[in-house]
Design a protein around this ligand. Structure first.
Ligand SMILES: [Zn+2]
Length: 414
């Protein structure tokens, strides 16, 4: 088998855009990853529907795994293990300038530079996105910027309010920065408590996309929707049935996502859904296999976290999490990553006979189920893997980016 290779996200999003011009209106799912079984599950889901896909890792996921190079290795390993040859990109989610540059050097095929935070003005956002894009394109790496702010927890920052993207400046943002994709805030939010949908403003999506179409930019510049998890009630119910105490959860209803892709969103970010699916699977399995704790110190650690004997720590904030409210698998896998990182990375199943392996297999299956479901039923991209043309952004390498008048100092990050 050929050495697995990563795609930038451009040819994937182009395939979705072409399908949309043909009336199919497909979009690409971008799924967050933190450890090997999750990566393998995402790939398995993509294979089942023959879909292109984006695997993405946040700064926090990279540090959980010990660095961007480790994440890249883990994904390539999962691709080799599954004999996966479909189009997949490895993308940094919500990078700052430093982490984006690191990922460009460490083998990611795509990076997001989020210059939309509280400390940034629009002009700062343009500068930093342009700098990162120039460095990324030199190495054949694609980029995503962000305009507007989503409510919810975004990396380390809690945004109380959301601010919509301004459609008028979207084409100019692309022209001035050279970015390939742009996350536009239109009223969705991060996390499992999205609240009412009355903030969602799909007219913003349609307006942004029409401006790109009018300027003939739609085949090279794409719109991204963050905070797009649907938060299925079945996942929440299962978590609560087996000891969880989640309340007030809600996601983006599927019809809104479908309308979003109809109106022009080509990449949807899914993180929370996979966290909930994996946590539900783990809680149920622990309840149904009480003996497993005696046969595996790793399972013992997870069990201790879910029943409160071992404190659960939020990997982003470093604060304690009430055991019933745990949704992030990094919280329940943290002690394992500290004690036996190889168990979460690769190959552990080949050398160990441990009930923990069975749990990781279930985690992988539940991730694959949900990825395949979203691809087929919500993103409408089943079979689209065959329509992806080319792998790179060669057409962009060497393009002269418009020079802004003066380059400010590197901007600090919250
Ligand atoms: Zn986001």
């Amino acid at each position: 088998m050929a050495e697995p290779r990563l795609y930038t996200m451009v040819p994937l999003l182009q395939a979705a855009e072409r399908s949309s011009l043909d009336g199919r209106h497909a979009a690409i799912g971008a799924y967050n990853v933190n450890f090997y079984a999750q990566a393998a599950g995402i790939l398995e889901g993509l294979m089942r529907t023959n879909s292109p896909g984006i695997v993405q890792a946040s700064k926090g996921a990279n540090s959980f795994q010990g660095g961007a190079d480790k994440i890249q290795y883990m994904l390539l390993k999962a691709m080799a293990d599954l004999k996966y040859e479909g189009p997949v990109a490895l993308h940094l989610d919500h990078g700052d300038e430093k982490s984006a540059m690191q990922c460009i050097d460490d083998g990611f095929s795509s990076v997001m530079i989020d210059g939309s935070g509280n400390n940034f003005t629009t002009i700062d956002n343009l500068y930093v996105t342009q700098r990162v894009t120039a460095a990324a394109h030199k190495k054949g790496v694609s980029t995503e910027g962000e305009l507007g702010q989503l409510a919810g927890v975004e990396e380390d920052v809690v945004h109380e309010k959301s601010t919509y993207a301004d459609p008028v400046i979207v084409p100019a943002f692309f022209r001035m920065t050279g970015a390939d994709a742009l996350a536009i805030a239109y009223g969705t939010s991060h996390g499992p408590n999205k609240g009412k949908t009355d903030l969602v403003n799909l007219a913003i999506v349609g307006d942004c996309y029409q401006r790109l179409r009018n300027d003939g930019m739609n085949m090279y510049h794409f719109l991204v929707g963050h905070g797009s998890s649907t938060v299925p009630q079945a996942f929440v119910d299962r978590i609560n049935q087996y000891g969880g105490t989640l309340t007030g959860t809600s996601g983006v209803p599927e019809p809104i996502l479908k309308q979003g892709r109809y109106l022009g969103v080509r990449k949807f970010n899914i993180d929370t859904d996979l966290r909930l699916a994996m946590t539900a699977e783990a809680r149920q399995w622990l309840a149904e296999n009480p003996d497993a704790v005696h046969h595996s110190p790793l399972v013992g650690m997870i069990s201790g976290i879910f029943d409160g004997r071992i404190p659960a720590i939020d990997t982003k904030s470093g604060k304690a999490v009430e055991p019933g409210k745990i949704t992030d698998p990094r919280s329940w896998l943290k002690p394992i990553m500290d004690a036996t990182p190889a168990a979460l990375r690769e190959d552990y199943h080949e050398t160990h006979d441990d009930p923990f392996i069975e749990l990781m297999g279930l985690v992988r299956g539940t991730v694959a189920d949900h990825v395949a479901y979203l691809n087929k039923e919500v993103f409408n991209n089943q079979g689209l893997a065959d329509k992806v043309e080319g792998r790179s952004i060669d057409h962009l390498v060497g393009v002269a980016f418009p020079k802004l008048d003066s380059e400010p100092e590197v901007i600090g990050h919250a």
